[in-house]
Design a protein around this ligand. Structure first.
Ligand code: PLP
Length: 378
């Protein structure tokens, strides 16, 4: 994928914001509880390797990713910290993961049996570190029966050359909601699995960002800290009450590439869906849906010279247009997300308008938009 390094549009990532979010969280954790920074999906669009560097400096002792490829990317970038792959990996890749000291998530005994068959072919075998996933109510991956779970544990214990039982965990479906009924049911279910163990593994973990922020009592000894490290409230606008302020790290900025006056009756963009009712100034902005700036954002706004300017006409693949309060020279700064003079557009504002969540918007910013890093200031 070509990165548009020469274009005037960019995603700006504020490293100090990431540092401060993690630092504040690490300081709240009980002694002995670790924080792994979740940097899957290119660190929620913020850039995996730069974010991992800042996270480590701020006190993250390991990383979580979704794919083995992402874990290998961190190893290639010379990170030596523990890495846990949260998704299910092909058992064919078990030896590769083990050789890279990468921990894998396992949700069935059958997976272990398959992986053992693969690993038997290895000459220099290293045991694979395994975290067993418990499906306590998320309904995604993991054990749903304690008896099956214990069979998997015993299988690992019988095969110490192949497996190290390193962790047990679950994931909550409603930790970001004010009502705790479903959450509490999941806690009870998960605890039954842990209680059935003769010996606890090194890591017992349940907390994503929302759980750690609002249910810290059940953190276990590891927090999988994701969206909040990017300064985004896991609940969107659901729970405003936070133990410390979250500082959003991501901005999207560009410059006006064109400005013109149009007259009453003139239309703008594909389908001519917008027609001016009077003479007005139209500015053109060099970002489009191919960058992840959604087509359904038509009618939303950007910030120019501290003022909200409406996006008029359809969003194109690489450009869109706004109505300006006056003529502005090309090169004038345009803020799609972030602060511009006294005004701010948050990723949550964009999510509200486009009927999605900020997680999704951050992830779908394509690699064509270059990521630029504002370095640590402290
Ligand atoms: C993505 C993910 C996380 C991180 O969740 P956030 O809400 O971003 O903190 C934690 N655990 C699992 C299993 C995940 O898939």
């Amino acid at each position: 994928m070509v990165v548009g390094n020469l274009r005037t549009a960019r995603v700006i990532v504020d490293e100090q914001a990431i540092y401060d979010n993690i630092d504040a969280e690490v300081k709240r954790l009980d002694k002995g509880t670790e924080l792994f920074a979740v940097v899957k999906a290119d660190a929620y669009g913020h850039g995996m390797v730069p974010v991992a560097r800042v996270a480590k400096a701020a006190g993250a002792s390991g990383f979580c990713v979704a794919l083995l490829d992402e874990a290998l990317g961190l190893r290639q970038a010379k990170f030596t910290e523990p890495i846990l792959v949260l998704g299910i990996t092909d058992p064919e890749c078990s030896a590769l993961a083990a050789s890279g000291h990468i921990s894998l998530t396992v949700g069935s005994k059958a997976w272990l049996v398959q992986a053992k068959a693969v690993m038997t072919k290895e000459v220099q075998l290293r045991p694979l570190a395994v975290h067993l996933a418990i499906d306590s109510g998320m309904g995604r991956i993991g054990f749903t029966e304690i008896s099956e779970f214990l069979k998997a544990v015993h299988f690992m214990q019988e095969n110490p050359d192949y497996f190290e039982f390193e962790g047990v965990f679950t994931h909550f479906a409603t930790a970001d909601e004010a009502d705790n009924t479903y959450f509490d049911k999941q806690v009870t279910k998960f605890n039954a699995y842990v209680d059935a163990l003769a010996d606890r593994p090194r890591y017992v973990h349940v907390s994503n960002s929302a759980t750690s922020l609002w249910h810290a009592a059940c953190n276990g000894n590891l927090v999988r800290f994701g969206v909040a490290l990017y300064g985004l409230n896991p609940s969107g606008r659901g729970i405003e009450d936070l133990p410390y302020p979250l500082k959003p790290a991501l901005s999207i900025e560009t410059e006006l590439t064109f400005c013109k006056k149009i007259h009453a009756g003139d239309s703008v963009s594909y389908g001519a869906t917008y027609t001016a009712e009077q003479d007005e100034f139209i500015g053109t902005i060099p970002i489009g849906y191919a960058d992840g700036w959604l087509r359904r954002l038509q009618g939303f706004h950007v910030l120019i010279d501290g003022q909200f300017c409406e996006m008029v006409g359809r969003v194109c693949m690489d450009q869109f247009m706004v109505r300006l309060p006056q003529a502005y020279p090309t090169g004038t700064k345009v803020t799609l997300v972030g602060q511009n003079q006294d005004q701010t557009i948050s990723l949550q504002d964009v999510a509200d308008y486009s009927n999605t969540i900020h997680y999704e918007l951050a992830c779908i910013l394509t690699p064509r938009l270059p990521r630029v890093y504002r370095p640590l200031t402290k």
